[in-house]
Write a protein that binds this ligand. Structure first.
Ligand code: PRT
Ligand code: ZN
Length: 284
């Protein structure tokens, strides 16, 4: 009885998928020259696939779960369940036009041609906006299409925007914000659901830990209350006496987003010797 996990064989999601599984205690070797591999420490088998094939494998129940971009998932429109977003592979599916064009809204595309590898999602956007536009489906190098006269616009994935810029295009309309999601088969057997629950618990602990830092600092007695009020901690901060009387060591966790503001407030309140340590797992 194993949990069969589909991940991308090579490409942008491969490394992050392996790293997430490893951080969750599933030791998985990378899939170079192999189609599947057993995880150590956990009853799981990993299938290395093209990302486009992952939704189908999971729909069919050949793989129980998979990691895939929302762009691929919603383009393929397979019947699978999204368990959760896992935070990597962030990008957006966007419409882009020539940098000299004045984009006035979806109506700009009326009667024109658009090149994309995402015909389903592009058509959905066009239909929702009541626009008639001819779709040219191409599987790669979509950004070249306007330059060679194949299309007037493109609908493609963008992250930094550099590729569009290099091809004389500009992003004018994001139509889908995407990241990698964990999907599961809708016919998951009970034993595999139990394994998935364990994996999801671990994924949440790993992801939560990344959002926080462990902080240790020294506080003089007079400032202790002020410093504690700045540090909620998981329940409340730990306070330990230092060998030198009149001083305490305070331990707590700080959320990454508020990190620098908090550190400045702590210093202003009298904290000294502040140490900041990454947290590997966070079980709450
Ligand atoms: O071989 P296989 O079919 O498995 O891989 P693939 O070539 O189809 O996919 P791959 O590895 O390129 O991307 C896998 C997934 O990564 C995508 O499905 C997205 O979910 C996610 N992702 C995140 C991206 C990008 N960011 C991204 N920037 N996928 C592609 N791009 C491309 C985009 O198509 C464009 O060509 O990068 C270029 C734009 O990047 P910027 O930074 O210049 O804007
Ligand atoms: Zn692909």
């Amino acid at each position: 009885m194993k949990l069969k996990i589909a991940i991308q064989k090579s490409g942008r999601l491969h490394e992050d998928s392996i790293k997430l599984l490893n951080d969750c205690g599933l030791n998985v070797k990378n899939g170079h020259n192999q189609l599947k591999s057993n995880a150590e420490n956990f009853p799981a088998e990993v299938y290395f696939l093209r990302d486009d094939d992952i939704p189908q494998y999971v729909e069919d129940g050949v793989a129980h779960i998979g990691f895939v971009g929302e762009n691929v998932l919603y383009e393929k429109a397979k019947t699978v369940e999204v368990v959760e977003q896992v935070g990597f592979g962030k990008c957006r599916l966007s419409i882009a036009v020539s940098k000299n064009d004045e984009y006035t809204g979806p109506q700009f595309l009326e009667g024109k041609k658009i090149a994309t590898s995402y015909p389903f999602l592009t058509q959905k956007f066009l239909t929702e906006n009541g626009v008639n536009c001819e779709i040219h489906e191409i599987s790669g190098s979509v950004e070249l299409a306007p330059g060679i006269g194949l299309a007037d616009a493109v609908c493609d994935l963008v992250s930094s925007g550099f590729t569009l810029f290099m091809n004389g295009l500009k992003e004018v309309q994001p139509i889908l914000q995407c990241q990698t999601v964990l999907i599961k088969s809708s016919v998951l057997p009970h034993e595999q659901q139990t394994l998935l629950d364990q994996l999801v618990f671990r994924i949440r602990s790993v992801r939560k830990a990344k959002k926080y830092k462990y902080v240790l600092l020294n506080a003089p007695q007079a400032s202790l209350d002020a410093i504690i009020s700045l540090l909620p901690g998981m329940r409340s901060p730990t306070v330990l006496p230092l060998a030198q009387s009149g001083w305490s060591s305070v331990h707590s966790v700080i959320e990454e987003d508020a990190f620098w503001t908090k550190i400045e407030q702590l210093k202003a309140a009298g904290a000294e010797g502040i140490l900041v340590i990454p947290i590997e797992k966070m079980i709450v």
